[in-house]
Design a protein around this ligand. Structure first.
Ligand SMILES: [Zn+2]
Length: 356
């Protein structure tokens, strides 16, 4: 996953990272101490997806015939985010095992992503590049999927699909030898695949790009040069090709699988974009899960921010299993994928309206 405030503790941003982590812990306590709000209880119901209220008629349009799949024994509405399908994508990634950049396992994961996009009828291509890492040159590949909209200008939704290279040593001194990244890598990638299916079934105003980034994780130790290889390459390549100017906004998903979901506002993200996403979350009943507490996150959105593209990072910073061997499937839930998927879909029409 991306860097979170706590990960910053390893680098120059250590002080700020540590403060962020402390604040986060305090907030977790506060969150656990309070009972779920009625709204959040309601969000447990499988019918959550149908509570999305698109703000434009166009976003209601669905060309999908019968993309109905069972969710917990119930039928998800056609054109809605189906966390049961996303869960299968999460399981498929974890079944591959650890998936670090440059590995055969990540190639297999990439093949899975491309195959699923093809099944959904979404055009996609690998963007292959050579990354210079502290351990030498590594071949990496982003996957860029495109769903044409009425306009050629693009909105991107992104996730990294690599997992942290092992073995690595934690600040405690413990060495992690196996890391499958159930939340840190698999969860947001699964959600992104499901969003591709849903958005393909709709008529979108902007062209939607689904960006699956390679090499988000540091190969050795997190820094601006040893991290976010895929997102930095994408931005550089788009800038050189003259296509970056048509990218109007980026929504980044990272570590969204935590069963105890809590998402804080990242101070580095674009404020108006954060406002729209948080307002959408509140509107569909997740005000308690999208906290207004600020934190600072270094992640795949930062190359876009630095290049002038509005971007927001949706990430759960408070995950005890972060970068431990315990980031396994029992720590994540389909419900969390559903919540984030629903929020992104609820926010999209408002983002489009803002950029119109
Ligand atoms: Zn990570």
């Amino acid at each position: 996953m991306g860097a979170r405030g706590a990960r910053g503790a390893r680098g120059a941003r250590g002080a700020r990272g540590a403060i962020g982590a402390i604040g986060a812990i305090g907030a977790i306590v506060a969150n656990c101490a309070g009972a779920p709000t009625p709204d959040d209880k309601a969000s447990l119901a499988p019918a959550t997806a149908s509570s999305i209220a698109p703000t434009t008629d166009s976003s209601l349009a669905s060309t999908s015939g019968g993309a109905i799949a069972p969710t917990n024994g119930q039928l998800a509405p056609s054109g809605a985010f189906d966390s049961a399908r996303a869960w299968k994508d999460l399981e498929a990634q974890i079944a591959v095992g650890p998936r670090p950049a440059g590995s055969a396992a990540l190639q297999k994961t990439r093949d899975y992503i491309l195959a699923e996009l093809k099944k959904a009828g979404v055009e996609a291509r690998p963007q292959i590049f050579i990354a210079r890492t502290p351990l030498g040159e590594t071949s990496m590949a982003n996957v860029i999927a495109t769903i044409p909209g009425r306009r050629s200008e693009r909105l991107a939704i992104a996730s990294h699909y690599d997992t942290k290279r092992t073995p690595f040593t934690r600040p405690s001194g413990a060495t992690v030898t196996r890391f499958v990244g159930a939340s840190d890598g698999a969860s947001s990638t699964a959600a992104l695949l499901e969003l591709a299916r849903v958005l393909k079934s709709r008529q979108n105003e902007f062209t939607i790009e689904l960006l699956f980034f390679d090499g988000e994780e540091a190969v050795v130790e997190w820094s601006r040069t040893d991290s976010t290889y895929g997102s930095r390459y994408y931005v550089d390549a788009a800038r050189k090709a003259g296509t970056l100017k048509d990218l109007r906004a980026l929504v980044l998903l990272d570590m969204i699988g935590d069963k105890d979901l809590i998402i804080r506002r990242d101070s580095g993200s674009t404020p108006w974009l954060v406002d729209i996403v948080w307002a959408a979350a509140a509107r569909i009943g997740h005000r308690g899960l999208f906290s207004n507490e600020l934190t600072t996150i270094d992640d795949d959105h930062m190359p876009f921010i630095l290049a002038g593209v509005p971007a927001v990072d949706i990430i759960d910073l408070d995950y005890a299993a972060w970068h431990t061997a315990d980031d396994t499937i029992d720590k994540v839930s389909a419900r969390s994928l559903q919540i984030v998927g629903d929020v992104v879909l609820a926010a999209l029409p408002d983002i489009e309206a803002k950029l119109r």
